[in-house]
Design a protein around this ligand. Structure first.
Ligand SMILES: [Zn+2]
Length: 138
């Protein structure tokens, strides 16, 4: 049976108790790592800047962007404490392995459902597919 490493546990501790309940069950079935729970506004802004450049005072997309939330005027669900969103990835992490992300998501959804906790998966989104992302529907 897989167990969380120290870093994953620290990140999980910043998440809403319902997310903790789900993830503590999922790890018994599938080995995965926790990439993010809570993020400070500064950490969020750092992610927002990835793939963007400031041109004449406006952000311009110049590459692959990670998020549309800048953490200041536009907050992410990761920016509240406890975090109502979590980013996870199958272990070992392989960003191109969509099959593994989908498999993991199926388990997360099944367990959330069995616990009576409503969640959304970023992999189901149409505009910005976000495979590692899950958030509580509160
Ligand atoms: Zn996320």
């Amino acid at each position: 049976m897989a167990t969380f490493g120290k870093k994953s546990l620290e990140k999980l501790a910043t998440c809403h108790e319902d997310l903790q309940k789900i993830m503590n069950e999922v790890i018994k079935e599938y080995n995965f790592t926790i990439l993010y729970g809570y993020r400070t506004s500064e950490e969020q802004y750092k992610l927002y800047k990835q793939g963007r450049m400031l041109v004449d005072g406006k952000w311009k997309k110049v590459g692959r962007t990670v998020t549309d939330k800048d953490g200041h005027t536009n907050k992410s669900k990761h920016n509240s404490l406890p975090s109502t969103a979590i980013d996870i990835a199958p272990y070992p992490v392989d960003w191109d392995n969509y099959k593994a992300f989908t498999e993991l998501a199926k388990i997360v959804k099944r367990i959330a459902n069995s616990l009576g906790i409503a969640i959304k998966w970023g992999g189901d989104w149409k505009s910005r597919v976000d495979m590692p992302h899950f958030e509580l529907i509160l």
